[in-house]
Design a protein. Structure first.
Length: 381
């Protein structure tokens, strides 16, 4: 049995999951990556089951979802786990991103860990949007109509590209079939990028909350940390199942319990909560083209800022300005999420513009300025 660990496949597992060195002072916030992985597998498994019964036809999609909930054995449980799992998946992923921001995980040598993580987030956003359309309720249909129309503002090729996405002259049966195929495929692409993310992490080693030294009182992952991950996973699964079984209807928009009607527009089209931050940025300016540009930049800035932010300090406890502006950004993020669900009216519009401004200022000005001050401090000391 001892020779098994020297076989190629088992050797990789042994090195990355058993003897992998981990800093002894990491906290439970380092478990968020594992929790995100658990939620990804949960979404794939429940999604595969739902795909066995779902019918991607405009006339039958809504009724097929109702059939899953009402007629299929335990179908309501699987549908609830999948629908609510996306919310928990995004919540954990956002917290994971905030942890990386707070502890400077975007700095070298872990820059590619951060960049691969942003790719995962982008794929998650696209996948979740496609999945939101599939139930073919009122909010699903009109969300697809509103968001896909953004493509039309692309110069020269915008309108033709929109026709390709729709497969018709409007959101229709062809659109639904395209979205279903992509929604089924993208999670496996996410799984591949997660593998790249983990490889990049293990190539440079995990960070720790105190200093940026790789060999800071390192301990092997097993048995010192594996039980912490198991405990976190058990708490996560228990809490997730309890919420999905008890409060499932509260997180789904009531309009999505109504079958899609192209002739009836809901009075207030609101995306899921994990899209509301981006939706608030989109509508923060009255100009449609500029709003779409800001929406695109809100993602691109996550790729860009690690290359213009190079701090010499790794210990977050010594970075007063970094902590101050981080918590302001943390508040700004959730305030934008709240504003994304409010009517386009004052004072929500003005407040959204202020919060959108701080979002970009934080990444493009504040973080580089803090990094510059810290490098200057290190040179003087």
């Amino acid at each position: 049995m001892k020779k098994i660990k020297f076989l190629p496949l088992f050797s990789t597992v042994y090195k990355t999951s058993i003897i992998y060195p981990v800093s002894s002072n990491i906290t439970f916030s380092w478990n968020l990556g594992v929790s995100s992985g658990i939620m990804l597998f949960s979404q794939i498994l429940t999604g595969l089951f739902l795909a066995m019964h779902y019918i991607p036809e405009a006339d039958m999609a809504f009724d097929s979802v109702r059939h899953i909930v009402v007629d299929v054995n335990n179908g309501f449980i699987v549908r609830s786990l999948h629908a609510n799992g996306s919310s928990l998946f995004f919540f954990i992923t956002y917290l994971h991103l905030f942890r990386g921001l707070y502890y400077g995980s975007y700095n070298s040598p872990r820059r590619y860990v951060w960049l691969s993580g942003v790719v995962i987030l982008l794929l998650m956003i696209v996948t979740a949007f496609l999945g939101y359309v599939l139930p073919w309720g009122q909010m699903s249909y009109w969300a697809a109509t509103v968001i896909t129309n953004i493509i039309a503002i692309i110069p020269i090729i915008g309108k033709d590209s929109l026709m390709v996405v729709w497969g018709n002259y409007s959101v229709s049966n062809a659109t639904l079939q395209r979205f279903f195929a992509l929604h089924f495929l993208l999670p496996f692409i996410i799984l591949f990028v997660v593998g790249v993310h983990v490889i990049a992490l293990h190539e440079n080693g995990s960070s720790n909350p105190v200093i940026g030294v790789r060999n800071f009182d390192n301990l092997s992952f097993h048995p010192f940390f594996i039980f912490k991950d198991i405990f976190t996973t058990m708490v996560l699964l228990f809490s997730f199942n309890y919420y999905a079984m008890t409060y499932s209807p509260t997180i789904i928009d009531p309009d999505n319990y109504i079958k899609a009607n192209p002739l009836s527009t809901p009075p207030h089209i609101v995306p899921e909560w994990y899209f509301k931050m981006f939706y608030a940025i989109l509508r923060s300016v009255p100009n449609k083209e500029f709003g779409a540009f800001l929406l695109l930049c809100s993602i691109l800035v996550l790729f860009l800022f690690p290359f213009i932010t190079k701090s010499g300090l790794k210990d977050s406890s010594q970075r007063f300005y970094h902590q101050l502006y981080f918590w302001l950004f943390f508040s700004d993020f959730w305030l934008l999420t709240w504003l994304g669900g409010k009517p386009i009216d004052e004072p929500f519009v003005s407040l959204g513009q202020v919060c959108t401004g701080y979002y970009f200022i934080y990444f493009l000005i504040i973080l580089p300025w803090i990094a510059y001050r810290e490098r200057k401090f290190l040179r003087l000391s």
